[in-house]
Ligand binder design. Structure first.
Ligand code: PBG
Length: 325
């Protein structure tokens, strides 16, 4: 082959642009938004420098800024003022997410921004688990949780959400939500399922942000074992059968093999969640001058796309969109 074949010939000038296989556009990005009912002014999350929790009244302005950057979608997370055993502040019509979604919808239409809402109970339950708890056995109960997720999804759709994203890893959650949405005339609201969500220590900073740490045990009875890959395919297949429109793999960078397999084998619109711990690591290193933050952001998102993700949920969404401008 050599010296006739020289791979370096194409690594030059504009020719390099011509042969580039993966490109990022702002259209690939989903920007997380934290809305907190307990604060009057934006509050930076200590373990996620540059990420702020917002009072409900500030969210529409923030989302306008996101939309002006060309980002097509947000993922809304709520921090409620009231938590109880069942997480009832997740589904009331006047709770934090529903209020925020209405505020955003008043200012911006679906053609300005797609509002996606995280559907889970962990931010709303006093014990911090993603489902109903049986204290005797310390078990997180699957089936009693499903109707609660169904009503939460419907309340988000009623408030004006364009898509719902169940993240609690309960078996049957997609079917429960699809059925409840359909019964309430929301047949056109798609479901983005956190289908392959791992039991990961990379979620640590998110729990500061969402105040969703748990009071006992951990999430290993519902989230996936990081050692498993075939299981991710089964999880995603089941969610597709239950009616998921988009499937997500989470976290992203340490799980690019899963992103690759899911896209390759199931050929679904696939999202990857570049989670809080991935963000915090980059920020911490950049603050020490150990990494070039902007280059890391582009390289990370390019890599997640190259692995097969069609869209990336990332705390770097605004930074990435600015870099693209
Ligand atoms: C709630 C939820 C979590 C994340 C998104 N939705 C936390 C968890 O499962 O513990 C994590 C996101 C991140 O770390 O950025 N179920």
């Amino acid at each position: 082959m050599f010296p006739y074949v020289r791979m370096r010939r194409l690594r030059h000038g504009k020719i390099q642009n011509l042969v580039r296989e993966t490109a990022i556009t702002a259209d690939d990005l989903i920007c997380p938004v934290f809305v907190d009912e307990n604060i009057d002014t934006p509050l930076e999350v200590p373990s996620m420098p540059g990420v702020y929790k917002l009072p409900v009244e500030y969210t529409a302005d923030e989302v306008k800024e996101i939309s002006d950057l060309g980002i097509p979608s947000i993922m809304v997370f709520g921090v409620p003022s009231n938590k109880d055993e069942s997480g009832s502040s997740a589904w009331g019509d006047n709770e934090v997410v529903q209020r925020a979604v209405r505020e955003i919808r008043n200012e911006l239409s679906s053609s300005d921004i797609a509002i996606i809402t995280d559907v889970c109970l962990c931010e709303y339950t006093a014990h911090g688990h993603c489902g109903v708890v049986d204290y005797g056995s310390e078990e997180i109960l699957n089936d009693p949780t499903l109707p609660l997720l169904g009503k939460t999804a419907v309340s988000h759709a009623k408030a004006g959400a364009d898509m719902v994203a169940p993240s609690g890893m309960m078996d049957g959650m997609v079917e429960a939500i699809r059925t409840e949405l359909d019964n309430n005339n929301f047949v056109n609201i798609p479901i983005m399922s956190y289908a392959a969500k791992y039991f990961s220590a990379f979620y640590g900073p998110f729990r500061d942000a969402a105040e969703s740490g748990y009071s006992f045990g951990d999430r290993s009875s519902y989230q996936m074992d990081p050692a498993n890959s075939n299981e991710a395919i089964r999880e995603v297949e089941l969610d597709i059968e239950e009616g998921a429109d988009i499937v997500m793999v989470k976290p992203a960078l340490p799980y690019l093999d899963i992103v690759y397999r899911v896209k390759d084998e199931l050929e679904m619109p696939t999202a990857a969640y570049n989670v809080s711990g991935e963000y915090a690591m980059v920020k911490a290193a950049a603050q020490n001058g150990w990494l070039d933050e902007n280059k890391i952001i582009s390289e990370s998102i390019t890599s997640i796309k190259r692995a097969g993700a069609d869209m990336v949920l990332t705390y770097f969404a605004k930074d990435m969109a600015r870099l693209l401008k």
